[in-house]
Design a protein. Structure first.
Lengths: 367, 262
């Protein structure tokens, strides 16, 4: 059975609207179709006493057309019940408060993002300040150094990363050796593959590969761990108990990584050169004995030391950014993911940027 | 009566949004003080300002006679060991067992032997009504009520003079909530501590709170004993206390309370 929702009675000055039936969510579309057809040229008298059932959707529809009719012609409503009036009052105020979100222009978004980056940088500088204060404080009171946590983190981020670091640097060494040998063989300068591999691995690639893998592995873990603690208010609880989160959470991670990363780089150097040796043997037939002999000749200690020097710097960057992003996590789980991503992206970028800076400095210094 | 906490004309703003505009209140020794207000009225923020997690934009907060503005690190640390905080969701350290959670401050800040610490931990567990075996569990293995009790045990670990409770009965079943109320009163009487609690729980307000402050319109609109607060004409007080539910459920208690005060 088709319901009748609206009836009109028109005389020359008035249009009488009579609502009928169920003004509920299920029929809203049908009612609206009928309402749209109402002409607004005469004074409207709207009788709602015939409505058998209504819900908030029905009332909202009524409000919408009530406003529209009122704007275009004069309107009189009659026959409403107290309940309808109450609901009208309730919904009326709620509809008025709705503010349509403005669409942001490109310029505004650019401005907002720039400002966000600016605040991020400012916050990071504050964080670094706190961190150095905490470092200073622990060095003046060495008994405050938290060795147990430090050892735990060395194990977690250092020792447990050995396999992945080994695998990655072995492959990188092999790839360098393969690609290099093709080019060098053209000139008959086969033996120079040893120089290429040994120097590039110890000076640049070993530290960088290790730092990038650790940034992805431990930097993200630090952010997620601290972020989760922030959400569960554990950090606030620590503060109220007088435990400085920097001394308890940040420093052990920073120190642990600063110790672990150079060790991993040392390991990566060895495995990377071994990878190069393996490929050189396969591609150019340079025997391991010859390879190692040549390494002794060409690989000066300074190359190795310059590579190792970067270790603690990269470690400091990765750990401090990881912790910083963790502290930025706000009270929802989504922001953990967001900040973890940011942490990894930031630390990998900074590792590469700092590596470039080191390269320039070392070259300028003639090292 | 000794004043434990004094909040004077505190103003708090987040960006352009003003949360507190001249909030003042006073908490006396050995009372259970309730902070009440609709959501978003800045109850938790006010508490955070008392426990040095946030700083107000203006105004002064004095806790145990020490103004918090510009407090030295040493004084701040001393204060922190004088209070215990129970967070709304416990905030137990998830990587430590319950016993370790309770023990952690003792371990860091005192030289008490391991054996003594264990005994203290057990006594705290018993105090809040938890079985000894709970000490070995991790926070994730506990029920909501047990987490609250464990967190309370941790808050009591340093024998605080002040106890801050953030919605202690929220998320508990009605019976558990009443037991928790009884526990708080018992602890107050037993240990002589001062309790500051944020609460919406009418039962708690009518039965255990000695004095309370009502936050609304960015200010304290009513402060004092329940009777005083009930005399307030402020719309929020009217709505909160004088609705049908409170009338039917707490009429007798309100009368009883009046009788007690007189």
């Amino acid at each position: 059975m088709k319901q009748q929702f609206l009836e009109y009675e028109a005389d020359q000055h008035h249009l009488k609207l009579i609502s009928r039936g169920e003004w509920t969510l299920n029929f809203i579309l049908l009612i609206e179709k009928e309402l749209r057809k109402i002409p607004c040229d005469k004074k409207i008298v709207w009788d709602v006493s015939g409505v058998s059932e209504f819900d908030s959707a029905g009332i909202l529809l009524f409000i919408e057309y009530f406003e529209r009719f009122k704007k275009e012609t004069s309107l009189e409503v009659m026959g409403y019940s107290d309940k309808q009036k109450e609901m009208y009052r309730l919904l009326r105020t709620s509809t008025q408060e709705i503010e349509v979100p403005r669409k942001r222009s490109t310029l505004e978004r650019l401005g907002r993002n720039t400002f966000e980056t600016y605040t991020d940088i400012k916050e990071f500088i504050t964080f670094i300040g706190h961190l150095f204060y905490a470092i200073f404080h622990t060095f003046t009171n060495p008994k405050n150094i938290r060795f147990k946590e430090m050892v735990y983190h060395i194990h977690q981020s250092g020792f447990n990363a050995i396999i992945i670091i080994g695998l990655t640097s072995f492959l990188v060494g092999m790839v360098i050796s393969y690609q290099g040998s093709v080019q060098l063989a053209k000139f008959g300068a086969d033996i120079f593959i040893v120089d290429t591999v040994a120097i590039s691995i110890t000076r640049e690639l070993g530290p960088m590969i290790t730092a990038i893998v650790i940034a992805g592995r431990s930097g993200s873990a630090y952010t997620a761990e601290i972020g989760a603690m922030k959400i569960t208010e554990e950090i606030a609880a620590m503060r109220t108990m007088g435990f400085d989160p920097y001394a308890f959470l940040v420093l052990p991670r920073v120190f642990a990584l600063m110790i672990a990363l150079p060790l991993l780089i040392f390991f990566a150097d060895i495995v990377g050169i071994a990878g190069g040796m393996f490929a050189a043997n396969m591609q150019l037939g340079i025997s391991p004995a010859l390879f190692i002999d040549r390494v002794y000749e060409v690989l000066e200690v300074k190359h190795y030391l310059l590579g190792m020097m970067k270790g603690p710097v990269f470690a400091f960057l990765i750990a401090s950014i990881g912790c910083f992003r963790g502290f930025q996590v706000s009270h929802n789980t989504e922001s953990i993911g967001l900040h973890t991503t940011q942490s990894v992206v930031n630390s990998i970028f900074l590792v590469i940027a700092f590596d470039a800076v080191f390269s320039v400095i070392f070259t300028e210094l003639g090292l | 009566m000794k004043c434990m906490i004094k909040v004077e004309n505190v103003v708090t703003r987040f960006g352009s949004r003003t949360i507190h505009d001249g909030v003042s209140l006073q908490i006396n020794e050995n009372e259970i003080y309730g902070i009440l207000g609709e959501s978003g009225s800045g109850k938790s923020v006010l508490m955070k300002e008392m426990i040095m997690l946030m700083e107000p934009c203006a105004g002064e907060v004095t806790v145990l006679g020490k103004p918090l503005k510009g407090i030295s690190f040493k004084d701040a640390q001393a204060l922190r060991s004088d209070w215990g905080v129970l967070f709304q969701f416990g905030a137990l350290y998830s990587s430590l067992t319950i016993a370790e959670n309770i023990e952690v401050q003792l371990k860091e800040f005192t030289n008490i032997s391991k054996m003594m610490r264990d005994k203290l931990v057990q006594s705290k567990l018993a105090l809040v009504g938890l079985e000894p075996y709970v000490g070995a569990l991790y926070p994730s293995e506990l029920s909501g009520g047990m987490v609250k009790r464990a967190a309370l045990a941790r808050a009591l670990a340093m024998e605080p003079k002040l106890l801050f409770l953030d919605e202690p009965t929220s998320g508990l079943d009605p019976i558990g909530a009443r037991n928790f109320d009884a526990l708080i009163v018992e602890l107050r009487d037993l240990l002589g501590i001062t309790v500051v609690m944020i609460t919406h729980d009418l039962d708690s307000i009518f039965s255990i709170v000695d004095r309370l402050a009502v936050l609304a319109d960015k200010k304290v609109v009513a402060e004092g004993s329940l009777e005083n607060v009930l005399q307030s004409q402020h719309p929020f007080v009217e709505e909160f206390f004088k609705n049908e539910y409170s009338k039917t459920h707490f009429q007798d208690k309100a009368v009883m309370n009046k009788g007690k005060d007189v």
